[in-house]
Design a protein around this ligand. Structure first.
Ligand code: YK8
Length: 177
């Protein structure tokens, strides 16, 4: 895996969760700027183990000359049962990009860890893993890896940039402990 974000923000962990995992204005703007379209959120469902999962579907625009202009994506998010409101949230996101070359060989596993640092301070850690479903031969493997990491690098660089612009709420600022 690769650690993409490890940052502290000056707002509560619950606010960070709202920003990233509800249909927030931040997420709407972010996905639009990244040219994601047709976003469909399915509701969170309780699993037997106590985790909650949901599926999100969308279409992404690609600029890779080797890939089609658009691809559909299925993202399955699991909110781990160890998560606790106002303390920590652990979300695994399994991302399957359909329609791209070799799409049946790989998928992405992203892990988001949101933890409380203080009342109005939290930490976000995001790591990503490339997982193989089928064993590609060397040349194909290298090809997938190069295209995979460059696409992810760009996405998380941009997410980190946008998150750093989230304004502090005045009320939260005053309540700072
Ligand atoms: C999620 C990983 C690979 C894929 C892409 C594949 C090209 C393959 C080309 C051939 C386009 C939002 C990515 C980046 C699309 C976007 C995916 C996102 C960013 C020639 C091999 C979508 C997180 C995420 C996970 C995986 C990303 C894909 O929340 O390069």
């Amino acid at each position: 895996g690769k650690l993409y974000i490890n940052e502290v923000y000056k707002f509560s962990v619950d606010k960070l969760y709202d920003i990233l995992f509800t249909e927030s204005q931040f997420m709407r703007d972010f996905l639009e700027q990244r040219r994601f379209s047709g976003v469909v959120y399915h509701p969170w469902m309780k699993e037997e183990a106590g985790n909650q999962t949901r599926e999100i579907m969308y279409t992404i625009s690609l600029s890779n000359p080797l890939a089609p202009k658009t691809a559909t994506v299925t993202e399955t998010q699991t909110l781990h049962r160890a998560s606790q409101v106002s303390e920590c949230y652990i979300i695994d996101a399994e991302v399957i990009t359909h329609d791209v070359p070799y799409h049946d060989y790989f998928y992405t596993l992203n892990r988001y860890m949101l933890t409380r640092v203080a009342k109005n301070k939290c930490r976000l850690r995001v790591s990503a893993e490339l997982r193989f479903r089928k064993h590609p031969w060397g040349l194909v493997k290298g090809f997938i890896e190069r295209n995979f990491w460059s696409g992810l690098d760009e996405y998380f660089r941009y997410l980190e940039l946008e998150l750093s612009k989230v304004p502090l709420l005045l009320s939260e600022h005053h309540a700072q402990s």
